[in-house]
Design a protein around this ligand. Structure first.
Ligand SMILES: Nc1nc2c(ncn2[C@@H]2O[C@H](COP(=O)(O)OP(=O)(O)O)[C@@H](O)[C@H]2O)c(=O)[nH]1
Ligand SMILES: [Mg+2]
Length: 226
């Protein structure tokens, strides 16, 4: 009985996620779902990424947290629009929370939709929001053993960002262990060390974003300027 209920929730979520995906496609916007532990550097990375994409590319942000509007307040000065979703007790975003937020957004005005999921290494990987791509962050201070311990999100990843890589030496982080563990779960996924503090990896990250946008939206897009 319990298993059926869980299935129904996932099925209902998938139906709304499909509608979100159609809305993103119709608006010509690339939607990315950022998933990681709390404190791994999602908001800080977006604070650096959004201005670096301007003036050609404009960003809209949806941020999920149990409480407060702190992250939306951090990102609002940089983004075209920033919406905070408070989930209360829920440890991940649902597709219907994205759908409700879209009612107040002008998607066609943006090039990228950055969805910062609730900080959690397990559940957000299970719930499709309709995004084009899942970006998983693993920060150096979390430790090099976490991929094998929390495989779900890494299996679903389109890109893994190894954040706070400025701390790699100091914390004796074994990047080869992470590479090996990821290869067992998701053979073709790209692993990119990045630091919002030192700027390492930023150019490659911005290039990846632009490339994925062209792949998904196409050069015919109304916003494509090159
Ligand atoms: N050393 C270092 N600290 C970082 C970096 N990026 C973020 N932080 C710090 O990590 C903490 C959590 O960052 P935040 O972006 O709020 O994480 P979020 O919870 O994933 O959104 C803050 O104190 C940031 O200053 C980085 O690249 N290097
Ligand atoms: Mg945050």
């Amino acid at each position: 009985m319990k298993i059926n209920v869980v299935k129904k929730v996932l099925q209902a979520n998938d139906i709304v996620a499909r509608k979100n995906r159609e809305a993103f496609k119709a608006a010509g916007i690339l939607a990315l779902n950022f998933i990681s532990s709390p404190g791994s550097g999602k908001t800080t990375l977006l604070e650096k990424t959004i201005p670096a994409l301007l003036p050609e590319r404009k960003s809209i942000v949806l941020v999920g947290d149990l409480q407060t509007t702190r992250d939306a307040e951090r990102l609002a000065p940089r983004a075209l629009q920033a919406t905070q979703i408070n989930t209360g007790m829920s440890c991940h975003l649902y597709a219907n929370q994205i759908a409700e937020s879209l009612e107040c957004l002008s998607l066609t005005a943006g090039d990228f939709l950055f969805i910062e999921n609730v900080g959690n290494m397990v559940c957000p990987g299970e719930f499709d929001l309709g995004e084009n791509l899942k970006v998983i962050l693993l920060s150096i201070p979390e430790g090099d053993d976490k991929v094998a311990k929390y495989p779900t999100i890494f299996r679903a990843a389109d890109l893994v960002l190894l954040t706070k890589c400025d701390l790699m030496q100091a914390l004796k982080f074994d990047v080869n262990l992470v590479k090996d563990d990821i290869a067992k779960l998701n053979a073709n996924v790209k692993l990119l060390p990045i630091s919002s503090q030192s700027g390492e990896g930023m150019e490659e990250w911005l290039g990846w974003l632009q490339e994925k946008r062209v792949e998904a939206i196409g050069k015919q897009s109304k916003f494509f300027t090159e």
